[in-house]
Design a protein around this ligand. Sequence first.
Ligand code: GUN
Length: 283
Amino acid sequence: MTAQIIDGIAISKHVRTSVAERTRALQQHGVTPGLAVLLVGDNPASQVYVRNKVRACHEVGFHSVLEQYPQTLAEAELLERIAVLNADPSIHGILVQLPLPAHIDEHKVIEAIAPSKDVDGFHVANAGALLTGLPGFLPCTPHGVMKMLESIGYELRGKHAVVIGRSNIVGKPMALLLLQQHATVTICHSATPDLKAMTLQADVLVAAVGKQGLVTADMVKPGAVVIDVGMNRTTEGKLCGDVDYAGVSTVAGWITPVPGGVGPMTITMLLVNTLQAAERSLP
Ligand code: GUN
C-alpha cells in the first residue's frame, strides 16, 4: 500500500483564501486584524517560525508587528509590554514565541495575555474552555490537524486515536479535540512501557514528540492515518518529522509530510484565530 498524502500546503491555501476574503469584508467596517508577535532571545528555529508567521499575516492583509527582544530582557519588562498590547485596540492577537529564556516564567507570561487576544489558545481560560467544551481559541497545531482530518472526510466517531506526546501546546489539546469528535483516545508519552503495542491499535496516530525516527513502519496499523507533528533537523540540516516517512508510507492509508504537512496548517490556524479575534472586536 502507498499512503495518500495529506497536503498541508494545499489545504492552507484554501483556508487562507477565505481568511483574506473575510479580512477584506472586515476592512469595510474599518477594522484590520492586527497581530503582535514577541520574540525574546536568538533561538534560530524560533526566528524562522516568527518570520513565517508575520509574513503569512501580511499575505492575507493583516497588520502585523514583530517585536524582538534580547535574551537578557527582564520578565517585568515583557509583562509591561503585554499590558500595553492588551490595551491597544489595533492589536487583536498577541503571540509570545516559546520557549522563553529560563529566567522568565512562561506561565506568568501566558496568563498576562488577555484571553480575548490569546490567539495561541494557551491561556488557562482558553485551555479550560477547550476542556469543558465552551467557545474559546483553540491551540493552532491541534486545530490544524483537525482541519486536515476534516479535509479527507475522516469520521472519528468509533475510531481509536493514539497521540504520542503530552505537551500543553500539542499533545493534551490534541487528545481533547479528538475526544470531542467521539474518538477513543490514548495518550502515550516517555513513560509508556510498550509504545508499539499502543500505536499498532491506532486508526489515527499523531506523533508529537520531536524525535526523528520515533515511528517506524512496524508500529503502524495498515491503512491508518498518520499525522506527523515533529519538526526536527537531520545531521545534514534537513527538516524532518517524528515519522519514518518512506517506511510508514508503505503501510499507512494517509500520511502528512514534513515539510509541507502540519507546519503550514499551524500558521494558517493562527491567522484564523487572529481574524476571529478581530471579528469579535466589532461592536
Ligand atoms: N513554540 C513552538 N510552537 C509554538 C506555538 O504554536 N506558539 C508559540 N507561541 N510558541 C511556540
